[in-house]
Ligand binder design. Sequence first.
Ligand SMILES: C[S@@+](CC[C@H](N)C(=O)[O-])C[C@H]1O[C@@H](n2cnc3c(N)ncnc32)[C@H](O)[C@@H]1O
Length: 287
Amino acid sequence: MAEQNAYQVADWNGQSGERWVANQARLDAMLAVFGQAAIEAAAPATGERVLDVGCGAGASSLALAARVGAAGQVLGVDISEPLIGRARALAPQDTAALFRVADAGSAELPEGAFDILFSRFGVMFFDDPTGAFAHMRRALQPGGRVAFVCWRGAAENDWVRLPMGAIKGIVPPTAPPDPEAPGPFSFGDRGRVARILTAAGFTDIAIAPFDASIPFGEGGTRDAAIDDAVEMAFEVGPLSRALADQPDDIRARASAAVRAAFAGRPGERSVMIDGAAWIVMARNPAS
Ligand SMILES: C[S@@+](CC[C@H](N)C(=O)[O-])C[C@H]1O[C@@H](n2cnc3c(N)ncnc32)[C@H](O)[C@@H]1O
């Protein structure tokens, strides 16, 4: 049998991980409001222990650590060596957060050791999401809670909808991706998320939409902000993959079309786009 999550391990230790590190500051600016909403849903109290799944460069782990204080504990786990490296480099010395390179869906985790299972956009990449959540549930204490944020569908999210719409007719179409395949939108169907969590043994599942206008590009001027948005779309996400093997003339036409699409969005020194996510909460049954 193929190793679980092998593609994701390779990708997040290769191109996706390197690009995420290179764009970490602007991705953190874009994702902050979603992470904050998930932290409010998690409602971490002083002294609680939190497992941050797919912690990436650690912004959420550090915010959670500030909430649980010195008496608490946050363990950020991620399959990506470069991202955990960045998380450790950004962490202040006195943080209660620790970081570990591990596959959250299968790594040995201390049983019943956490009060909260948290994630900001880090749980949509498992080959076997039910198996992964069942595994992570065992690391939660009885009655422990889950709070994570994940994207709704690509069609509702401008960071994909705008650039991918702009290149239609420029780049030859490819087969639409399997909506349940591991990737940023695999939890877009709220019914599927509920089925995964139920099958993994969780109860009290609540899934609520969360919408936000977010800065996708920023700069000293409006033009610089639009350039920044185009650059980020070329670096991270489905557009970068769609253009990866395209010749320079196609990439140049795509760049102009994507620029025009972002230029239609509001913002003074930014490009403000609409983001659509689910805030998901659940509970490990009390034994
Ligand atoms: C979209 S990024 C989000 C990173 C971070 N939570 C943030 O909001 O900045 C998804 C993260 O999940 C991690 N990831 C994917 N599959 C994983 C797994 N099986 N175990 C742990 N981390 C995983 C990736 O390496 C990546 O850092």
